[in-house]
Ligand binder design. Structure first.
Ligand SMILES: *Cc1c(COP(=O)(O)O)cnc(C)c1O
Ligand SMILES: [Zn+2]
Length: 408
């Protein structure tokens, strides 16, 4: 049973059938999935959602597959944590962490998009999965493809963190390390995708894949007791996640599940790769692609596919954009660990540090409900913090040595 109507060009609004299409033949705009909301409204009530298993498919009617989900049956429904310690530190009243550093099975929000992409790709009859990745997507596609028994071809920039390389190779995909940055990897993949009949999750089945990110937003609204937050800080790489969180709140409102969202959306990037943030702060109509230079490799996309849409969401919602340096990213990672006991990766360091900055600047008010998006796990980016966290105290296995070295 499907509630998907079809695909629609985000620019000229031409409609297309729900096939493996991703770009408009007329204007080259990207395509987006459309749904029959009237029909969904009749089925999808709060009670129905709450009665379902605690995974991302509890919002199944709002996800673009035809039959039953076959992938990611344990993905999503990650904790929304009331971050009282961090709130106190930042001087704000009500702060939450949406913690996808523990998303099953590969510890980032990419398990959401890949779950939808694979379920849909199988319906299309694809036997081989592929992707261009900044790291977390590589882990997720490799893992899900292994579980589904599909072939995988995964393209990454050569300078990725060891944890992300090992966390991909362990599933034994074809891992191709490209001498170049993500934007060069992505361009190569577009050529490969045109030639080989593979499901490139973030290229030729991107409209379906991208919808998986909405579940991050649905969960936040449900976990807050059926309301959208006042403020949410979101990390941007390609710029898709921020647009899909916004879409998720709007859809929940359309279905009568929450009141009209007044959420202000904040785009967060690393200063060393901030094409979206720069465009928003400069009030420019044109995004200037950059050559990434940052420890936040998962966000290092110099020419983001959804950059203009991300800007649109930030402006429509009345939010803002901010970037932080590599030093601030490390401080952000350490701050979250010290206050909330959560070890996030560099992208989480970006959102924590950007949140702190926006609060200090008075842009995010101190007395309203704030959510920080934590989208990945710190064990994968250990290089980023290795030289900033001290060393263990070395002792001999004697009480004397313990008391001498550990100054009690
Ligand atoms: C991919 C990724 C993002 C950003 O996603 P986009 O939708 O491309 O903006 C954020 N955080 C982490 C950890 C990621 O891996
Ligand atoms: Zn078009």
């Amino acid at each position: 049973m499907s509630y998907v109507k079809g695909l629609k060009c985000r620019e000229c609004k031409r409609e297309y059938p729900k096939e493996a299409l991703f770009v408009c033949d007329y204007c080259f705009g990207s395509l987006e999935v459309t749904y029959d909301y009237e029909k969904i409204k009749k089925h999808l009530t709060k009670e129905v959602i709450e009665s379902r298993d605690k995974n991302m498919w509890r919002y199944r009617e709002l996800l673009p597959i035809e039959g039953e989900p076959t992938d990611g049956l344990n993905s999503g429904y990650t904790p929304l944590i009331k971050a009282n310690n961090l709130a106190k530190k930042l001087g704000v009243k009500e702060l939450y962490i949406k913690d996808d550093s523990v998303c099953h099975p590969t510890l980032s929000f990419k398990d959401r998009v890949v779950s939808v992409a694979l379920s849909r790709a199988k319906e299309f009859g694809y036997k081989t999965m592929a992707c261009a990745s900044t790291g977390n997507l590589a882990n997720s596609v490799a893992s899900h493809a292994a579980k589904a028994g599909l072939k995988a071809y995964i393209f990454i920039p050569a300078d990725l963190e060891l944890g992300k390389v090992i966390g991909t190779l362990i599933y034994h995909p074809n891992l191709i390390s490209v001498e170049g940055n993500y934007d060069e990897v992505n361009r190569l993949c577009s050529e490969v995708a045109a030639k080989y009949k593979w499901a490139f999750v973030n290229i030729n089945i991107r409209p379906y894949y991208a919808e998986g990110s909405k579940t991050y937003g649905y969960e936040i609204a449900e976990q807050l007791g059926w309301r959208a937050p006042d403020h949410i800080v979101v990390p941007c790489a390609g710029g898709s996640l921020i647009t899909k969180i916004w879409k998720s709140f709007k859809e929940f409102h359309k279905l009568g599940l929450i009141s009209k969202p007044i959420t202000k959306m904040y785009a967060a990037q690393a200063t060393g790769c901030a094409p979206i943030v720069n465009m928003i702060k400069d009030k420019s109509e044109i995004m200037m692609p950059v050559k990434p230079k940052t420890i936040a490799k998962s966000l290092a996309i110099g020419n983001p596919a959804d950059g203009y849409y991300a800007k649109g969401v930030v402006e429509e919602s009345g939010g803002e954009a901010e970037s932080v340096t590599d030093e601030e990213i490390v401080e952000g990672i350490k701050l979250l660990a010290a206050t909330e006991g959560i070890f996030t990766e560099t992208a989480g360091g970006v959102t924590v540090a950007v949140t702190k900055k926006l609060i200090e600047q008075g842009i995010i008010p101190k007395d309203e409900l704030i959510v920080i998006s934590i989208t990945g796990n710190g064990l994968k980016t250990q290089e980023a913090v290795q030289s900033h966290i001290g060393k263990p105290i070395k002792i001999k296995p004697t009480l004397k040595s313990f008391e001498e070295e550990v100054k009690l």
